[in-house]
Design a protein around this ligand. Sequence first.
Ligand code: GLV
Ligand code: GLV
Length: 327
Amino acid sequence: SKPVVAITTQLIEPAMDKLRTTCNLNIIENYSSPQELVEKAQGCEVLIVSLSDAIGEEVIGPLSAPQTSSLKLICNYAVGYNNIDIESATRHGVMVTNTPGVLTEATADIAFTLILSASRRLREGEKMVRDGNFHGWHPTMLLGRELFGSTLGIFGMGRIGSAVARRAAAFGMNIQYHNRKPVKDSPHQWVDFDTLISSSDFIAICAPSTPETRHRFTLDTFNHMKRTAVLVNVGRGEIIREKDLAEALEKGYIFAAGLDVYEFEPEVEPALLERDNVVLLPHLGSATDTTRMAMAQLCIDAITSVYHQGLIPSNCVNYRPDQEYHT
Ligand code: GLV
Ligand code: GLV
């Protein structure tokens, strides 16, 4: 038998094909309220969602209620799972999985895309050429910040942070990082948050959204950075108070910024849209064929573990030994 799997979004075709062969797939193209999602997903044993689905008690409760008791597993098609009420899922005995590991390198590439394009003023240069305003090489034209010999501060030294550090080393950057606690066996220097922000030439946010990281970067933080600093964020938008970043860029508190994620995604702070010294990408961290396929495979593997083998998937984020799960 095949598990009944509801999915809230279309994945790439090879992934959809694989899901269709292994599952009874119920594709929910859109819904306008949690209640509508519950109606459309009624009877599903697995729910595959993306980071733009907010999955709370009002969805998890009814889909896992004792009378239907069908929902066993929620697969988040993302590594960050702040869009899911984990406490509610655990309480209802529903496992939640994410997609760790497979998007690390692609996301680190986007961090570097932002670092390079913000520091070397790619947007302004590109626009100048296309607008017909490039009238020849000039010694003072569009000067940026150099990576070689500079210090990169990484906020959040997990898998993605480490992959960013590897790239930075190849560019001849010095590396320091801040995490709640020093990472065991990390070759890099742990520093406290104040040191990170005041002494780094580049800062890369690679952390997840948690109550501790939310709004960690405010106007006051930017005011303590180097005036020449370049800040990029590939973690989660809420880590930066976006209005404050716009103000800091306007006041020249920092040199430039690059964002792949937004506080009120997909809304972008209007004042940022007006600024030249910020590069804005539409959440492309994991956006390669290879990575998106590997993310789908992790969902399929999780379904196989739970549905066919009765096992806890290794990427289950809410496993607790004392909790009963629906299997
Ligand atoms: C993307 O932001 C992810 O968490 O996978
Ligand atoms: C996410 O994959 C992280 O740990 O950086």
